[in-house]
Every structure is written in structure tokens, then in C-alpha cells.
Design a protein around this ligand. Sequence first.
Ligand code: URA
Length: 251
Amino acid sequence: MLVIMEKQVDTNKLLKQHLEMESFFVGDFTLKGNMPESNMPQVESTIPQEVSEMDNSLEKIADHVRACRKCEIAGSRLNAVPGQGNPKARLMFVGEAPGADEDQKGIAFIGRAGKLLTDIIIAMGLTREEVFIGNVIKCRPPGNRDPKLDEIHNCWPYLKRQLEMIQPEVIVALGAHAARTLLNTNDAIGKLRGRFHEYRFSEDAPPAKLMPTYHPAYLLRNYSYDNRKRVWEDMMKVLKELGLPVPEKKK
Ligand code: URA
């Protein structure tokens, strides 16, 4: 009986969050509590380029990812998740690692966090097909634990090559793991987000603007007015940087 009641509470909470999420990114804000500063573990990102000779298309990179057995987690994955979207995307979102839904289908950001990311993209006046969506880690860490440093190290060449090929004008790093890996820093996401950093593809190519922001999964867990407003403000800066119209919304 107790179990059933707990389930009901959970369902109500999920439904409420979902409605708030819809209302925030498509309608009005809903005011809730504050968030604690995140304290994510540090990651190292000085990783040699070892896939420079990798075949010259995103689909070929995806084939390499699917064949990859460099980490133990390759043994527990159902599907590798290379990332997907427009090969000429002006905007690229980089998350942390696939979860259970992504592992099932081999597609990035299709679970609850993915639904929120989709809502954010739509609120920006864009579609998932116009952007590229990928992750630092291409296999699901068991139990959705944080990625390990050697996993980030092993997987980095794939993301690096994807970035080099797409050369987006703006990269949105979703959460601490993506921001720290791409910026080679140990700073907290709360300190990094809200302003543009530079991501250099190579010595000679012009750098991309990189905007760190909160991960949608973090946002779902800490669903405050302030956090949603922060993410939306970050996305408005991204739209302005791309010269795209900022949709009228939000009080
Ligand atoms: N979280 C991520 O970081 N990536 C996904 O693809 C899904 C959830």
C-alpha cells in the first residue's frame, strides 16, 4: 500500500514537472525554490588527437563509434550513441552520456532530459533536425553513473572529429562534464555558464563560441524558476550570437 502511495506521489510530481516545463518553455514562468551550487567531479581534457585519419564523414565516425570497444562500458551497452543531426549545423549541443532510453535506441537525448532539450530547442524557434546533438561519452555508463576520466579520454577523439567536421558557430555545453571537457577546465558549471568561451577546432580555423549551461537532467532535478530563467537567458545569448530572432516570451 505504502509502495502504491509513493508511486502516486512520484507520478504527480512527474506530471507537475512536465506541465511546468511545457509552460516555461512555451508559456509563463512558474516560481519555485533555489538551487545549490553544483559540485561535480573534475575531469581532464588534454587528450591527444588520435582520430585525425578517421574517415571523412559523420556517418563514418558513427561507424567507428559503434565498433568501438576501448572501454569496459562497451560491453554493457545495448547501442552506442554517436549523436545525430544536421552535418552543417550552425549550433551543436553536447551533453554528458546516453541514459537508458538513448542506450535502447542509439539516439541522443530522447528520454526525459531529451524531451526538455527538445522543448528548449523549439522555444528557441529551431528544430532538432537543424542542430546537431551529441555527447562527450557515446556509451551508457552503467546505472547512469558519472563518466570516468579514462572513458572521457577514450571517447574524446570521436567528439573532437565531429566538431571539426561540423564546425558549428556556437556550441552549447550541457552540464559540467561537457563544459569541462570542451574547455579543459575544472571550474564549476555555475561559474562557467552564462557567458561565451572559445572552442578552437584547430590552429587555423576560426574558433566557435561555446556557451556552457545547465544540463536538462539537472534542470529537471532542480526545477526552480531561477534555473529555468538562467538556461533561457543563456539560450537567448546563443540566438543573438547566431543572428537569429529571439522569440517573444517570458515575463
Ligand atoms: N543525458 C545526456 O547527457 N545525453 C543524452 O543523450 C541523454 C541524457
